[in-house]
Design a protein around this ligand. Structure first.
Ligand SMILES: NC(=O)c1ccc[n+]([C@@H]2O[C@H](COP(=O)([O-])OP(=O)(O)OC[C@H]3O[C@@H](n4cnc5c(N)ncnc54)[C@H](O)[C@@H]3O)[C@@H](O)[C@H]2O)c1
Ligand SMILES: [Zn+2]
Length: 359
């Protein structure tokens, strides 16, 4: 087991990564000074698979546990679900000091985090991510939110957890497509900030996909360190954190145009390749690096090509999403594997031309 500290002054907290660490959550909560009542928020899938063990362990450590369940899926990330949870917290006599434990993927983490940030003006919250995406991305950084209609994450708050417990064992029950989904963000973190980690992924991707515990523990840990480093210098996303959008400008448009049939990670994988090609065509990234990136994405079981679609529509979605200044778009692009930069100076017609050639 390894611990990473997120340094945010009074909001600092630890992320514990390891196999079987779920069983130590009670002990760590006691060390943080918690006792008595606590509430687990989880979704239907994760409840069946993992909530029982956690509940038993916490009860054994002397906690009085209430489990609240939400149906699985993005459609639950709404104010309506938050409202229902507020009522259920009231019924469970949750108080200002009652911690909320978010057990599940990014949907549970974002929703339960938002509820924790707002219920009684903020109650303590603990993240127990069970998808690779949540371990590698959404549980780190303190962004919580719900969706509103077609607008994703528009209502939310920056709210840091008191503790994150990432148990690698939980990944054993995760469907392969969800695993690949999370791996897209892992590859992204390596591609923008850490060439050595990228090399490691390149060497070990087959073992990772086969869920080798040691390899997966290292991957999650390393990934947490990378994202933690970014968040520590830019908690509220004013500068450096924008490089985390690599692959997301094209990726998000591809995701929207697929009518969300493509998963976020799949769309980001396609976006990363497309944006690498934009950088290559600008004469910044060398073709060997584009090639390596594409091959690693394929090894992870992710797509690399924009599906048959109208590129004009894709451009429209992209321009609707992003600020366009004088016919120019802002991108997070790669300089090389392990190094990214932000540019507000990419010509729209040029992007359209590159994307047209890359289907
Ligand atoms: N807060 C942030 O910084 C941030 C960053 C990235 C993404 N997000 C958000 O994260 C969400 C996506 O997260 P996600 O991909 O984890 O989705 P998710 O929470 O919907 O989980 C995906 C599916 O896997 C199931 N599942 C979870 N853990 C499991 C396990 N161990 N075994 C079997 N099944 C399991 C879930 O029930 C669900 O059906 C989106 O809403 C996105 O906006 C937030
Ligand atoms: Zn993403």
């Amino acid at each position: 087991m390894q611990k990473v500290k997120i340094e945010l002054g009074a909001n600092s907290y630890e992320i514990c990564v390891g196999s079987g660490v779920l069983a130590q959550t009670g002990l760590w909560l006691k060390e943080l000074g918690f006792s008595g009542r606590l509430v687990i928020i989880t979704d239907t899938h994760v409840k069946k698979l993992h909530a029982g063990i956690l509940e038993k362990e916490l009860a054994g450590a002397g906690f009085d546990v209430t489990v609240l369940e939400i149906p699985a899926g993005e459609a639950q990330k709404t104010l309506k679900s938050a409202g229902k949870l507020y009522d259920e917290l009231n019924e469970a006599n949750a108080e200002r000091i009652t911690p909320i434990l978010a057990l599940g993927g990014g949907v549970t983490g974002d929703l339960a985090g938002f509820v924790a940030a707002t219920y009684m003006r903020g109650v303590p919250y603990i993240q127990i991510p069970t998808t690779l995406l949540a371990m590698a991305d959404s549980s780190i950084g303190g962004k919580t939110a719900v969706d509103r209609g077609r607008l994703k994450n528009v209502v939310g708050a920056f709210y840091q957890p008191k503790l994150v417990v990432a148990d690698i064992e939980a990944l054993k029950t995760l469907p392969a497509v969800e695993f690949a989904n999370g791996m897209a963000e892992v590859i992204k973190h390596a591609a923008i900030l850490d060439k050595e980690f990228f090399d490691y992924l390149d060497t070990n991707m087959e073992k990772a996909v086969a869920l080798d515990a040691e390899i997966m523990e290292y991957i999650v840990l390393k990934n947490v360190q990378i994202k933690a480093g970014v968040v520590a210098v830019d908690e509220k996303e004013t500068g450096l954190r924008a490089i985390l959008n690599y692959g997301h400008t094209v990726g998000h448009a591809v995701e929207v145009l697929s009518g969300f049939r493509l998963k976020h990670g799949q769309a980001v994988a396609i976006g990363m390749v497309a944006e690498a090609k934009i950088s290559q065509r600008l004469g910044i990234l060398n073709s060997g690096d584009v090639d390596r990136l594409e091959k690693l994405i394929v090894k992870a079981g992710l797509p690399t090509r924009i599906p048959k679609t109208d590129i004009k529509k894709l451009m429209q979605v992209m321009m609707h999403d992003k600020k366009v200044r004088q016919g120019r778009l802002t991108f997070a692009l790669l300089k090389s594997i392990g190094e990214a930069f932000i540019t507000g100076d990419v010509d729209i017609a040029f992007v359209e031309e590159v994307l047209s050639g890359e289907r």
